[in-house]
Design a protein around this ligand. Structure first.
Ligand code: MN
Length: 244
């Protein structure tokens, strides 16, 4: 099982969630929303863990990002994984869009300077802006668009820019999400929960719950649940080999 965008550090009991993920041998991209959380989040996992701790700055921090960016640059040599980063064009964050773009550009340039990173990218209501920045700056990094909700032409553009996609249960059961997933290249799909921020039928979606949704993902891709689980595992292996 693969949960390639999860906020393990924001659960009520992060250590218990990490222990459960490790016991079940889950592959997790444990994203952070501020670089100041990276050390503490990284220290939750064992040395041989399949949990990768990503260094992130959430777009909502853009209006006051100088200190965050300094810490980000200092820690970047320590990890191959970056996220959550990106741009949010929704109503609540639109006022900081210029600062968000500058911060995103700084992050992408820093990653390129280090030879490239695996990037988990937030692009709500901002797919076109995000793709423009990726097109201009990214050569060595591998962008993964988390919970992509753009339109079909933005999806086509993302595919042509070699983006990957991490998709989760909320997309498996929405008409738009299903249409997008059917158009994604199957060899660039990963699964995610965005835990602890997603509830399904009134219950918090946990990383290990993904197993219960392999069938639905398989239906969308025209394969069975075992194959869809294996597909995502294989994709994850290939992705990690690309950068590590
Ligand atoms: Mn997230």
């Amino acid at each position: 099982m693969v949960d390639f965008h999860s906020h393990l550090d924001l659960h009520v009991n992060p250590k218990a969630v990490v222990t459960e993920c490790e016991a079940r041998k889950l592959r997790v991209l444990s994203v952070t929303t501020t670089p100041q959380a990276w050390h503490g989040t990284q220290s939750l996992v064992q040395d041989d863990s399949l949990i990768y701790t990503a260094l992130g700055i959430h777009p909502q921090l853009a209006s006051n990002s100088k200190l965050e960016l300094d810490i980000f640059r200092e820690l970047l040599p320590k990890t191959k994984f970056v996220g959550e980063i990106g741009i949010d064009g929704s109503k609540e964050l639109k006022s900081s869009i210029t600062q968000q773009i500058h911060m995103f550009q700084s992050i992408l340039s820093a990653c390129e300077k280090q030879g490239g990173r695996i990037l988990s990218i937030h692009c709500r209501n901002a797919a076109t802006i995000v793709l423009e920045e990726l097109e201009t700056t990214v050569k060595n990094s591998v962008p993964i668009l988390h919970w992509f909700s753009g339109n079909f032409s933005e999806l086509e553009r993302a595919i042509s820019l070699d983006c990957w996609f991490s998709v989760g249960p909320p997309m498996f059961y929405s008409t738009k999400g299903m249409q997008l997933i059917r158009r994604m290249p199957t060899n660039r799909i990963l699964t995610e929960t965005d835990s602890p921020f997603v509830q399904l039928k009134g219950k918090l979606l946990m990383p290990w719950d993904l197993k219960n949704h392999h069938q639905q993902l398989g239906n969308l891709l025209g394969i069975d649940s075992l194959e869809s689980g294996r597909l995502v595992e294989d994709n994850c292996d290939r992705l990690i080999q690309q950068i590590c």
